[in-house]
Design a binder for this molecule. Structure first.
Ligand code: ZN
Length: 223
């Protein structure tokens, strides 16, 4: 069952308080319209009742699709620097959700377990998986792109917007569009050496190039 709550959100344009129905948990197998809304970027899209501005409400939630075997914790984008801590928490949360019954064990099998930051990154994973591509390999392709174009090292976000005939369409920092040709995407998917070259991108819950390019994280030491 998907869970929804009425919450007050603040309009970023005029500061008005708006009453909105937001998800705390989504079960996409039972609510296929949500998956479509994510692709269309209309999920959690709010129109301000005072000034008519539209914006996307950011709140943490868990996206589950038992049919396609997706289990994604969506954290607010602003919390990205805390990813090592949140990655551990994601694993623990997942273990709690799928412990106990034989059915739970069956559901665990082959589940893609991920931590993402913001709706755009959730959408990116769904776009990649819909095209039967591997999100860790896609991050390797982004790493190769950075090696070719070092100026992109300063980019805050590089996300897959679409996969068209096997080619990736990427958006850098929400504006610049770049493409990675289908033959290269295919070549990377056939390359069995990649997990050895980029072990950080394979096997974790946070499958993102940011693991390699982001600032070094330090665990807060208890005083
Ligand atoms: Zn407003």
């Amino acid at each position: 069952m998907s869970t929804w709550f009425d919450e007050d959100v603040t309009c970023p344009a005029c500061g008005a308080t708006i009453h909105a129905r937001l998800a705390h948990g989504i079960h996409a197998a039972r609510a296929p319209e949500v998956r479509e809304q994510l692709f269309a970027r209309t999920f959690h899209r709010i129109t301000c009742t005072t000034c008519a501005a539209t914006f996307t409400a950011q709140r943490p939630f868990i996206y589950t699709d038992t049919e396609r075997r997706h289990w994604v914790q969506v954290a607010p984008a602003i919390e990205r620097p805390r990813w090592p801590e949140l990655e551990t928490a994601t694993g623990a949360l997942y273990d709690r959700a799928f412990t106990g019954s034989p059915l739970a064990l069956e559901l665990r099998e082959g589940m893609k377990l991920r931590l993402v930051f913001g709706l755009e990154e959730l959408r990116e994973k769904l776009v990649i998986w819909r095209a039967n591509l591997d999100d860790a390999i896609i991050e390797c392709l982004k790493a190769q792109l950075l090696a070719r174009e070092p100026r992109l090292l300063h980019a805050k976000t590089i996300v897959v917007d679409a996969v068209t005939d096997g080619a990736l369409e990427l958006v850098v920092d929400g504006t610049e569009r770049l493409a990675i040709a289908a033959p290269l995407v295919e070549q990377f998917h056939d390359d069995t050496r990649l997990p050895g070259h980029f072990p950080e991108l394979f096997g974790g819950r946070y499958v993102s190039l940011f693991r390699l390019t982001g600032p070094r994280y330090r665990w807060a030491q208890p005083a």
